[in-house]
Design a binder for this molecule. Structure first.
Ligand code: FAD
Length: 497
């Protein structure tokens, strides 16, 4: 069976590439191991409630809408502004970050007067950072066209990106510790990003997105699709086949060229271009095989750092959050003022994010009910890999550990919702083990490799082979994953023209 393009993995990156390639009337095959496409972004239904496995917010919607319009799929999805964005609850107060950023800034200045000058400076720079980031939109170093690359270089060299330059390679802790005195303020600023010893960029981005009102959610209330559904629909309309419940176990390589794939049931499919949207380690070490890779390249891949996973407890509850005054803003709850504890693994004190999806979209919960999802970070190797067997098979101890973690987390958030247990009708818990098993991402990684130096590989070791998704364009979530699919499909189409 011969195809123009074969895409492995129906995550968002794979779906975008498939949609654009099939729109170009090419013979395309998408192969997905699960029963549904979407990868990290799937929604699942339980006892009348609906939950998302990952995404709660999306940014750079202008670009996403432009791509959807090119695919004639714009009306399939509906984005709404996510405002207010988040409410940070510390042991001493509450700080609401909304599109009215000045209000948030003023509150910080009033509370932390000793840090006033640097608060003003930091917010100014975050705003500029957002403007400079616009210049980078839509481009990836990996697949940048020569002219774009030159333009980027010129902008960088001629100092059109002073804030990006200033903070490039800086860790959040380097910047925050040197600029601010108050412990509580530092905690609040850290909570806008990932963890203190990672890049400062996510913190700057959060403030920049608030300034530019670049923060959205998707709603299906009016009968619309979510992103994977919309892309799948357009792909099928263009006559492209999606093979689900089919796992690719090998990329067939001949004379240093990718020529096809082999599936678990032994079926082989041949294609001119092979595109992988799946985990990079699986792609290179299982599907392509070390024998087809240069030694230097293998070392480079093995040295890369992986972006950590996440934990999510999903609850179906009968709280009336709207009546309680919640508008859907994410609560970032910092149960301790000790930084080590907030970013540590003691469940009583570690940071938790509370998401209220059904406040944004009533289709997520039955009438008089709501969903409440609690996100937090425990590592993939927590308690000896969550007490699974050596091959990560889940056993009784794993399920017992999950119950213990749920109870400890509920205890911790009872500061925010004191009678939480009396309101729960359904509980589910996704661990890093679940993410890995379901999506195939190494260690359940949320976003592929860590962003930063060496995060992006410019050259693939075999011909006619491409990668899309968050391992090809790491650290940026959905917009960058979508851009990766578009860039690769454009590149293939223009090369073959
Ligand atoms: C908990 C969590 C929260 C997140 N929150 C946000 C957020 O709020 N905003 C944001 O922008 N981003 C967020 N992200 C990141 C974003 O969801 C991901 O970066 C993005 O969805 C990844 O898409 P992808 O195309 O790289 O592939 P993936 O989603 O990783 O999908 C890969 C697909 O390949 C399939 N596959 C794997 N192996 C094989 C095989 N051998 N054969 C066939 N198929 C295979 C898998 O089943 C899967 O469907 C979050 C991620 C997580 C995990």
């Amino acid at each position: 069976m011969k195809y123009d393009d074969i895409i492995i993995g129906g995550g968002l990156g794979g779906l975008v590439a498939t949609a654009f390639l099939s729109k170009a009337k090419r013979k395309v095959l998408l192969i997905e191991k699960n029963a549904n496409c979407g990868g990290c972004i799937v929604e699942y239904k339980r006892k009348g409630f609906k939950f998302d496995s990952s995404t709660h917010w999306i940014n750079n919607v202008k670009m996403i809408k432009r791509f959807l319009a090119e695919l004639n799929a714009e009306e399939y999805v509906e984005f709404k502004k996510f405002d207010p964005m988040m409410n940070i609850i510390t042991t001493n107060g509450q700080y609401l970050l909304s599109f009215d950023v000045e209000d948030f800034k003023e509150k910080l200045i009033n509370k932390f007067e000793d840090d006033k000058d640097n608060i003003i400076l930091f917010f100014e720079e975050a705003k500029k950072f957002g403007d400079e980031m616009e210049l980078l939109m839509n481009s990836s170093f990996k697949y940048m066209k020569l002219m774009d690359f030159v333009k980027f270089g010129m902008n960088y060299v001629t100092n059109k990106m002073p804030v990006i330059r200033k903070y490039s390679g800086k860790k959040a802790c380097d910047v925050i510790e040197s600029m601010f005195k108050s412990k509580e303020l530092k905690n609040i600023l850290y909570s806008l990003g990932t963890v203190p010893d990672r890049s400062i960029y996510p913190i700057l981005c959060k403030i920049a997105w608030a300034y530019s009102k670049n923060y959205y959610y998707l709603t299906k209330e009016n009968g619309k699709d979510n992103l994977p559904e919309a892309l799948e629909r357009i792909t099928l309309e263009n006559g492209t086949q999606i093979k689900k419940n089919t796992e690719v176990v090998k990329i067939i390589v001949k004379d240093k060229k990718a020529v096809g794939v082999k599936c678990k049931d032994g079926t082989k499919y041949y294609g001119r271009n092979i595109i992988s949207d799946i985990d990079a380690n699986a792609t290179y070490f299982k599907l392509i095989g070390e024998k087809n890779l240069p030694e230097k390249f293998i070392r480079k891949i093995k040295d890369k750092k992986i972006y950590p996973s996440y934990c999510r407890i999903s609850l179906g509850v009968d709280y009336d959050f709207a009546k309680m005054g919640y508008k859907g803003e994410t609560i970032t709850f910092l149960p301790s003022d000790d930084l080590e504890k907030v970013f540590g693994y003691d469940l009583k004190y570690c940071r938790k994010s509370l998401y209220f999806r059904s406040l944004h979209d009533r289709s997520y919960a039955p009438e008089n009910f709501n969903t409440l999802e609690i996100g937090f970070r425990l590592p993939y190797n927590y308690m000896n890999y969550w007490k699974t067997d050596f091959d990560r098979t889940r056993n009784e101890q794993y399920y017992d550990l999950k119950k213990i973690v749920v109870e400890e987390v509920l205890d911790s958030i009872s500061t925010v919702f004191p009678d939480i247990r009396e309101h729960i009708f359904f509980t589910d818990f996704i661990t890093p083990i679940t993410y890995e098993r379901y999506t195939g991402n190494t260690e359940g990684s949320m976003m592929g490799w860590e962003e930063g130096k060496g995060g992006i590989l410019r050259k693939e070791p075999i011909k006619n082979f491409y990668r899309v998704g968050h391992w090809s364009f790491p650290g940026g979530g959905i917009p960058r994953v979508i851009a990766s699919g578009k860039i690769v499909s454009d590149m293939i189409i223009s090369r073959e023209k």
